[in-house]
Design a protein around this ligand. Structure first.
Ligand SMILES: Cc1cc2nc3c(=O)[nH]c(=O)nc-3n(C[C@H](O)[C@H](O)[C@H](O)COP(=O)(O)O)c2cc1C
Length: 354
């Protein structure tokens, strides 16, 4: 399948404008996800289960490979993602109301670097639409893998009121999320990354945590695991500040990293946006992961993401200190069964990599 994808399907898809190809892929995955029996058959071939499920944040993951946020923005096809061998899906980024995102074109391929640049700007249908999609197509309680919901701030919301957006989406989606990721690291919503600064961060994370605890108490259930997703463009001093807030507030984990606004020397594209895939982000996210792992003595679980395009690159993330990984751009370049290949490799080498 890898051969067929890379030599036949990918060249056809890559002839299309990138977002058009993305839309076609989305339509195919939605069609597949709408057929539970077909998904079941496909899953039989692709599913990779570790000998013991990966236990993290109080959840059980069948394997260590997840789909990174931004692909399934509205939670429309996690059943198809499950059938293709992933061990979890992170859906979103979702905002309380739907929004269009930035004008097109806003997604660009850099095939020579196996990379993408995007400035999508959180195009999504809003948290109610995501709630309906998840409840209908992949309801909690009938899942074989966890679904994380990645929440963000709307374009029109001023930074001082950003917390209201996070709390609103949290409330709407609490019944269907297995964990939540607080996204303050996408480069395409103006000012969003300012929330990573210590001034905003503590209040933001504390308010979400309090909401989580009070809701859990009211409903008599466990609170949701809460994760924070950070940018690769932070200094280590800034990473230190963020990590100390996470530890103080008992956050469950960190996702490192989002796309970068830096460009490697010699990169030809001058498009603005976040760079993903390829060697530059891979190395940078490995450094950030390893820094956090050492700084916290492994006490804060890390999901490693950025530039994974091979089994070796996945292994580097685990070596650096990640407990699980996510992929996005590598999946676009390597094809639908890439997650299965990674999950197999991590399973068979698992014991040596922990
Ligand atoms: C087109 C595109 C859209 C993305 N949208 C989001 C998003 O909405 N929220 C988010 O947290 N990350 C988003 N990301 C970042 C990815 O989740 C991931 O962190 C990043 O791409 C690095 O991983 P990769 O090199 O495997 O792609 C997006 C990435 C791409 C390429």
């Amino acid at each position: 399948m890898g051969f067929i994808y890379e030599n036949i399907l990918r060249p056809i898809l890559f002839k299309m404008e990138p977002e058009q190809a993305h839309d076609r892929g989305r339509a195919a995955l939605m069609a597949m996800g709408a057929l539970p029996l077909i998904c079941k058959l496909i899953r039989r071939y692709n599913q990779v289960c570790e000998d013991n499920p990966v236990r993290l944040f109080g959840l059980e993951f069948p394997n260590r490979v997840g789909l990174a946020a931004g692909m399934d923005k509205d939670g429309e096809y996690p059943r198809a993602i499950e059938a293709l061998g992933f061990g979890h899906a992170e859906v979103g980024t979702v905002t309380p109301e739907g929004q269009l995102g930035n004008p097109r074109p806003r997604l660009f391929r850099l095939p020579e670097d196996k990379a993408l640049i995007n400035r999508m700007g959180f195009n999504n249908k809003g948290s109610e639409a995501m709630l309906n999609a998840l409840s209908k197509n992949y309801p909690k309680g009938k899942r074989k893998m966890p679904v994380g919901v990645n929440i963000g701030k709307a374009k029109i919301t001023p930074l001082e009121e950003a917390v209201n957006d996070y709390v609103a989406s949290f409330r709407t989606l609490a019944d269907q999320a297995d964990y939540f990721t607080i996204n303050i690291s996408s480069p395409n919503t103006q000012g969003l990354r300012d929330l990573q600064g210590a001034g905003y961060l503590h209040d933001l994370l504390q308010t979400i945590r309090e909401e989580n605890l009070s809701q859990a108490k009211k409903l008599g259930r466990d609170p949701h695991p809460l994760l924070l997703k950070i940018a690769p463009d932070l200094t280590f001093k800034e990473v230190d500040e963020i990590v100390s807030v996470l530890l103080e507030l008992n956050y469950d984990g960190i996702i490192a990293t989002n796309t970068t606004i830096q460009r490697p020397r010699g990169m030809s594209s001058t498009e603005k946006g976040g760079l993903s895939g390829g060697e530059y982000i891979r190395k940078r996210s490995n450094d950030v992961i390893n820094y956090i792992y050492k700084a916290t003595e492994g006490k804060l679980p890390i999901i490693g993401v950025g530039g994974i395009d091979s089994v070796e690159a996945a292994g580097e993330k685990i070596d650096a200190g990640a407990s699980m990984i996510q992929v996005y751009t590598g999946w676009v370049y390597r094809g639908p069964l890439f997650a299965r290949e990674l999950a197999h490799a991590l399973k068979s080498k698992g014991e040596n990599w922990i």
